[in-house]
Design a protein around this ligand. Structure first.
Ligand code: B1M
Length: 212
């Protein structure tokens, strides 16, 4: 790994928000691609944080501060990844489902979609089926993106799709799902229109679903 990427990677693991922000900016100044910084340093660092948690070396507070360091780096990357002045190709209601606070992956998906000229209505995390329904009803959205990182919260994706049906707005939107414990089979079983394993494939899927 290149030294600057190693510093970003280690900065996230050590939860050093200021260092991560500074080093990400430095890498951009060196004309390193944002996608490379993200995929070769930042995402692997969060995977390592997960491993440390599984091994009992890190606990929830450590995971939380590492997540903040990751978000600090993402805030520097975002303006670079989001290209301006592109004509909107679709409008997305996005959120992490009810009971689930993991928002880094969802934020990454939103960031990449925004960079691909989608407009984003980001409802955040712990989003109830009713909140998804309200936003779909009261906006011109044509895509719903749901994220879940916990096996225990995955069923809330199905509950949200059911709520969209009950409210009579299921046909107004394409529903995309993703998150580490998800599979294509699960997406098919709950009646989603698509599943993407990562943020870049989420962009390709969204474009395909809206015919862009
Ligand atoms: Co938690 N956590 N966590 N956690 N956490 C995991 C997910 C876990 C796998 C850790 C572990 O045990 N190894 C485990 C889940 C086990 C399971 O259910 N199978 C776990 C647990 C158990 C928990 C708690 C229950 C711990 C506790 O309290 N005892 C608790 C639950 C809280 C809650 O949500 N109600 C909890 C809490 C937390 C923190 C709050 C401390 C923090 C989250 C902070 C935040 O997000 N703001 C946290 C973190 C940081 C993690 C890990 C370490 C990292 C997650 C992450 O951000 N990854 C995670 C372990 C791991 O993933 N290795 C873990 C980086 C991110 C870029 O990847 O989110 O997978 P990811 O997103 C990817 C893809 O999945 C995909 O694209 C992204 C990248 O390209 N994607 C989509 C995601 N959403 C998509 C939507 C799409 C398409 C693609 O739509 C189309």
């Amino acid at each position: 790994m290149e030294p600057i990427l190693k510093e970003i990677y280690q900065g996230i693991i050590d939860a050093e928000q200021d260092i991560v922000r500074e080093k990400v900016q430095q890498a951009l100044n060196m004309e390193m691609e944002a996608g490379k910084i993200l995929n070769e340093a930042m995402v692997p660092a969060m995977t390592e944080v997960g491993r440390l948690f599984e091994d009992g070396e890190y606990f929830v507070p450590e995971m939380l501060v590492c997540a903040r360091a990751m978000q600090a780096g993402m805030s520097v990357l975002k303006p670079v990844m989001v290209e301006q002045n592109l004509q909107s190709v679709g409008r997305v209601v996005a959120g992490t489902v009810k009971g689930d606070l993991h928002d880094i992956g969802k934020n990454l998906v939103c960031m990449m979609l925004e960079g691909a000229a989608f407009e984003i209505y980001d409802l955040g995390s712990d989003v109830s089926p009713d909140a998804f329904v309200d936003k779909v009803k009261n906006s011109d959205a044509n895509v719903v993106v749901m994220s879940a990182l916990l096996t225990t919260t995955m069923p809330n994706m199905k509950n949200t799709i059911e709520a969209l049906k009950v409210a009579g707005v299921r046909d107004k939107v394409k529903v995309m799902v993703g998150g580490a414990p998800l599979t294509q089979k699960y997406a098919d079983d709950i009646g989603a229109d698509g599943y993407a394993p990562d943020a870049s494939r989420a962009v390709a899927l969204a474009k395909r679903l809206v015919g862009a």
